[in-house]
Design a protein around this ligand. Structure first.
Ligand SMILES: [Fe+2]
Ligand SMILES: [Fe+2]
Length: 470
C-alpha cells in the first residue's frame, strides 16, 4: 500500500474515504503543529535538516531523504500491510481471526494502553527540547531531529487509533496528549522516565539506547495484539524505532572511543586527568548507564501484575516475538521470580511484565558487549561497562526502594545512601558533563568528548552539512 502525499495528512489508510475521521484529524493537526512549535526543537524551525520521510511501508526503500524545515515535515499515518488470514497468536482467543474493531469489553484496557504508549512519544521530544543548542556536530544534530520528528509521527500513529476507534473519548484523549508535558508539576507525562530532563548529550545517547529500547519492546508486544490496526501501526513504528537505538548505541560507542583515545594519549585511566583533557571518564559513563538502564527497567511495571495477566488473556498485548514461544496459552504455566524473600513461583500470565523485562535486558547486553570489546581492544583488561543488577535503584516492583548495590546485594540503608554518588550521576558529574556541552556546527567537526561516526547518513560523507542553520 503506497502512501498518499497529496492529502493534508499523508496516509495509507484511505483517510479520504472516511470524511468524519479525516475532518477530526485535520482539526487536531493544527494543535499538533502548535505543540511542535512550542515544545519541539527550540529555535531550529528555519533550519534545513537532512531528514528521512516514510514513503512506503515495505522493507525495501521505505524512506526518502532530503532537506526539510522541521515544521514542514510530513507527519502522517502509516500502517504496515495487513497479513492475510492473520489469527490471534496468544491468550484465551488464540487461533480466532484478529479484530478489525475493538471489542466493547476491552475498550478501556486498549484505550489506556494506546494512551500510555502515545504519551511517551511527544514526551521524549519535550525532554530533548533544548539539546540542539549544544550539539557535538551537525551529524548528531541531524540525528536528534530525525528522532524528534519520528517521535512526533509516533504520536500521530496513536492519535489515529484513538480517533478512528474510540469515538469521542478517543478525541478527548488525543487533546490530552498535547496538554500533558514532560516534567510539568501540574500535568506531567504518565511514566516516570519521561519526566526526567535530558539536558546533555550523554543522557540523550543513554536515553535512545535504553529508553527507546523499552519502546521497542512495548511496540513488539503490541505488534502481537489481536486488535489488528494496533498491531499493524506498531509494526511500522518498529522500522523507525531501529534508527533511534542506532543513535544510542553508536553515540555511547563514540563517547567510549574518544575516552579510550584520551586514555592512550595520557597513558592513564585517572578520571580527573581524563576530565581535564576534555573527555568523559568511564566511571562517569557507567553512572549515567546505571541511571538510564534502571529507570527504563521500571517502565515494564510490577513483576506480578493482574493487569498484565488480563492483557495477555484478552489478546491485547502479547510477548515480544510471541511466535518463538511454544505455549501461547500460559494458563497453567508458572514463572520463577527473583524477590527479596527469595525465589517465588508465580502464575506465568501474571509475570508477563517480568518476561518482557528479561528479554529487554538480554537485548541491552548486545551494546554493552560491543562497547567492552572496544575497551578490551584498547588494552584495558580490567575495565568494563556492566549492566547493574535489576534489583538496583528500582522505583517500581518488588525491589522498589530497597538498599541494594549495583551487584544486587542488600546493604545498610545509611551506607547505601553514602555510596549512591559512586553509582549514579552526582551533581558534580552532571555539572562536569554539562561543562563539555558546547555547540559544534562546522561540517565534519566533532566536540572533543566524542569520536566521529564511522560513516555518514545514507551514504553521504561525515563532513556533509546535515543541518543548514539559518
Ligand atoms: Fe517512538
Ligand atoms: Fe524512539
Amino acid at each position: 500500500m503506497s502512501i498518499n502525499y497529496s492529502e493534508k495528512i499523508p496516509n495509507n489508510v484511505n483517510l479520504a474515504n472516511d470524511r468524519a475521521l479525516q475532518r477530526a484529524l485535520e482539526h487536531w493537526q493544527p494543535h499538533f503543529l502548535d505543540w511542535w512549535r512550542e515544545m519541539g526543537p527550540h529555535h531550529f524551525a528555519q533550519a534545513d535538516v537532512y531528514l528521512r520521510t516514510a514513503v512506503g511501508v515495505d522493507a525495501q526503500g521505505w524512506a526518502s531523504y532530503g532537506a526539510v524545515k522541521m515544521p514542514d515535515y510530513r507527519w502522517g499515518i502509516f500502517l504496515a500491510d495487513p497479513v492475510a488470514g492473520r489469527t490471534i497468536g496468544f491468550g484465551d482467543h488464540a487461533g480466532q481471526p484478529v479484530w478489525q474493531q475493538v471489542p466493547g469489553e476491552f475498550r478501556s484496557q486498549f484505550r489506556r494502553l494506546i494512551v500510555t504508549q502515545g504519551d511517551t512519544e511527544p514526551a521524549s521530544v519535550e525532554q530533548q527540547h533544548l539539546l540542539g543548542h549544544t550539539c557535538p556536530s551537525l551529524y548528531d544534530l541531524r540525528n536528534l531531529f530525525q528522532v524528534n520528528v519520528e517521535e512526533g509521527r509516533h504520536l500521530w500513529a496513536m492519535v489515529y487509533l484513538l480517533h478512528a476507534y474510540f469515538g469521542r473519548d478517543g478525541r478527548e484523549e488525543a487533546e490530552e496528549l498535547l496538554a500533558r508535558h514532560s516534567g510539568d508539576t501540574d500535568k506531567p507525562r504518565i511514566l516516570g522516565t519521561f519526566n526526567e530532563p535530558i539536558s546533555d548529550w550523554l543522557s540523550f545517547f543513554m536515553f535512545t539506547y535504553f529508553t527507546d529500547r523499552d519502546g521497542k519492546f512495548q511496540l513488539k508486544s503490541l505488534a502481537e495484539s489481536a486488535f489488528d490496526p494496533l498491531a499493524r501501526t506498531c509494526r511500522f513504528m518498529l522500522t523507525e524505532e531501529a534508527h533511534h537505538m542506532f543513535v544510542g548505541e553508536t553515540g555511547v560507542g563514540r563517547v567510549v572511543k574518544r575516552t579510550l583515545e584520551v586514555m592512550k594519549e595520557l597513558g592513564s585511566d585517572d578520571p580527573a586527568a581524563i576530565r581535564a583533557a576534555g573527555a568523559i571518564d568511564l566511571p562517569t559513563i557507567q553512572r549515567y548507564l546505571n541511571f538510564w538502564f534502571t529507570s527504563s527497567l521500571d517502565l515494564f511495571g510490577s513483576e506480578v501484575s493482574s493487569n498484565a495477566a488480563s492483557s495477555f488473556a484478552n489478546g491485547i498485548k502479547g510477548r515480544p516475538d510471541e511466535s518463538q514461544y511454544e505455549d501461547h496459552d500460559c494458563r497453567t504455566a508458572s514463572f520463577s521470580l527473583d524477590t527479596p524473600q527469595g525465589r517465588e513461583d508465580v502464575p506465568l500470565r501474571n509475570a508477563m511484565n517480568q518476561v518482557m523485562r528479561e528479554s529487554y535486558i538480554k537485548d541491552c547486553e548486545i551494546g554493552i558487549k560491543r562497547w567492552n570489546l572496544a575497551i578490551q581492544r584498547a588494552g584495558h583488561e580490567a575495565l568494563r561497562l556492566t549492566l547493574p543488577s535489576p534489583r538496583f535503584h528500582r522505583s517500581i516492583g518488588v525491589w522498589a526502594g530497597l538498599s541494594v548495590d549495583p551487584s544486587g546485594n542488600a546493604m545498610e540503608p545509611a551506607e547505601h545512601a553514602r555510596s549512591l554518588p559512586r553509582w549514579l550521576p552526582s551533581e558534580a558529574d552532571r555539572a562536569f558533563v554539562h561543562s563539555l556541552m558546547r555547540r559544534v556546527t562546522e561540517p565534519g567537526k566533532m566536540a572533543a568528548w566524542i569520536a566521529p561516526p564511522d560513516r555518514g547518513i545514507n551514504n553521504l560523507p561525515v563532513e556533509y552539512e546535515y543541518v543548514r542553520l539559518q
